[in-house]
Design a binder for this molecule. Structure first.
Ligand SMILES: [Zn+2]
Ligand SMILES: [Zn+2]
Length: 495
């Protein structure tokens, strides 16, 4: 069990969502286990787990731009007197509903002190020490008068009162939702509970981080469009943008090693899918366990559609790829990705041999942005805009393409990436009806964005081309986002 806890705590750090060693994961095995020892939040985690009757609990402080976005949204919710953040994208909206904000700034019986500046004799903050859990672990509690209940019984009593207040607030929020956000002294902390496994808390926390990131940047652009940005909002945005630059600098810059196609057999195709899925996660093009990958492959037994299983993590696809028959005669069906019907229809109607689907953040954010003030679809543009929209990204070669392949002398044409509706289900705006024509028109397109959801990219032989599209379109969307913000700000006279 401890392996599972340290694994998912480490995955949060690898995704750049938390500092290494910071997330505290707790779960019941034969006894209560923690991802690491000596964390001041352990009594709180134990009390909440008991109150909920859940099997796993995560407490983690986000970092980087996600932290900035979450903090901005949590403060905004509090100022508006609302008890939750409403995510802007469709998929997390479906998955999380809303994100309750537990306001611990004004929690009763909370001592007035700042982290790190606690006077001797004051109570230990149950959330304190989260910035440096390693340092806390190294402390010998018996040498430390602040944390030693034996030498300071008053501290202990106050500490218990605080833990009780927070325990109640957290337990109530987590009874209703998979995760919530604690706002405390200018910082935010994510809490997530799992009924069966620690993995659930990881999925919830990374979905929360994605949802807040998208909601913050989308709201800011909408406010810029409406000409109602305040100086304070601009300052906050500049700060979060700096955090984003640092986040982006952590991502790999060299091309990933992806096997070139065509693949000789289904095993090679599976290996290429595992590689491609891992690259999508490593390059920050998907959060949580969202996204999927598929491949069309000839075998002696007939043509197969290999597809990742529903709910599988893209960076751990080994053993989680289902073989479906292209002739439709058989499919594992129950476990195949929920987006299998869309993948099947894309292969049936066009030249693609490989599909890669991620949720790159700025592609999703731009899909939420409608620039027509008098759009007939106003209010619904994040689901299905009445004005056809697309992203016109610069031409991009497939990474790993041998140089000779692109030296044809033709001017490479820009990529038209349509933005299409893709509601859940099989209706006229359902993904399996909107996405295949968008990707198969014009003799086959490199990619399409689904409103408020993500990007689907195609490859004609392998995942090199699809990955280049996923990566390149996201980079373009990010640049385009900041271009739009700068232009709108200039128009409003704030330059
Ligand atoms: Zn998706
Ligand atoms: Zn619109």
């Amino acid at each position: 069990m401890i392996d599972q806890l340290t694994k998912y705590a480490a995955k949060l750090a690898e995704a750049g969502l938390c500092a290494p060693g910071e997330p505290l994961l707790a779960a019941w095995d034969a006894e209560l286990c923690f991802s690491h020892a000596g964390d001041a939040r352990q009594p709180l985690a134990e009390a909440v787990l008991q109150g909920l009757g859940a099997s796993a609990l995560l407490l983690a402080e986000p970092t980087g731009a996600c932290q900035g976005a979450m903090l901005a949204l949590a403060r905004q919710a509090r100022e508006a007197g609302e008890s939750a953040i409403i995510p802007g994208d469709c998929e997390t909206r479906t998955f999380l509903h809303d994100l309750p904000v537990v306001d611990a700034e004004t929690a009763p019986a909370w001592p007035v002190d700042a982290p790190g500046s606690r006077a001797p004799g004051a109570a230990a903050d149950p959330l304190d020490g989260l910035a440096s859990p390693l340092a806390t672990a190294l402390d010998n509690p018996l040498d430390n008068p602040l944390t030693n209940p034996l030498t300071n019984p008053l501290d202990n009593a106050l500490d218990n009162a605080l833990t009780n207040a927070l325990t109640n607030a957290l337990t109530n929020a987590l009874m209703r939702r998979k995760g919530c956000i604690i706002l405390r002294q200018g910082r935010v902390l994510m809490a997530a509970a799992g009924s069966v496994s620690p993995e659930q808390t990881f999925v919830t926390a990374s979905s929360m981080a994605f949802a807040c990131f998208v909601a913050y940047f989308a709201q800011y652009l909408a406010a810029a469009r409406a000409g109602r940005l305040t100086a304070a909002q601009r300052d906050e945005f500049a700060h979060i943008r700096t955090l984003l630059q640092a986040d982006l600098a952590r991502l790999p810059s060299a091309a990933p090693q992806l096997s070139p196609g065509p693949f000789a057999n289904a095993d090679q195709a599976r290996a290429a899918m595992i590689q491609a899925g891992r690259a999508v996660v490593e390059y920050g093009l998907v959060d949580s366990s969202f996204g999927n990958v598929s491949c069309r492959q000839n075998t002696p037994e007939g043509e197969l559609l290999l597809i990742s299983q529903t709910g599988s993590a893209l960076d751990e696809l080994s053993g989680l790829i289902d073989p479906c028959r292209m002739d439709g005669s058989s499919c594992v069906g129950l476990t195949a990705s929920s987006e299998y019907p869309a993948h099947k229809a894309i292969y049936d109607g066009g030249p693609a041999r490989a599909l890669l689907h991620g949720h790159p953040r700025f592609a999703v954010i731009l899909s939420l942005d409608c620039d027509k003030a008098d759009c007939p679809g106003r209010g619904n543009c994040h689901r299905s805009c009445a004005t056809p929209r697309a992203v016109l990204a610069p031409a991009m070669p497939a990474w790993n393409t041998p140089a000779g392949d692109t030296a044809t002398g033709d001017t490479p044409s820009p990529l038209l990436i349509p933005i299409v509706p893709g509601e859940v289900g099989a209706g006229p705006y359902g993904l399996c009806n909107t996405l295949p024509p968008a990707l198969n028109d014009d003799g086959g397109r490199r990619g399409a964005i689904v409103y408020g959801h993500g990007l689907f990219a195609t490859g004609r032989a392998d995942f090199c081309e699809a990955f280049a599209t996923l990566h390149g379109v996201e980079r373009f969307c990010r640049e385009e986002y900041f271009r739009r913000v700068a232009q709108l700000d200039k128009q409003s006279g704030a330059g």
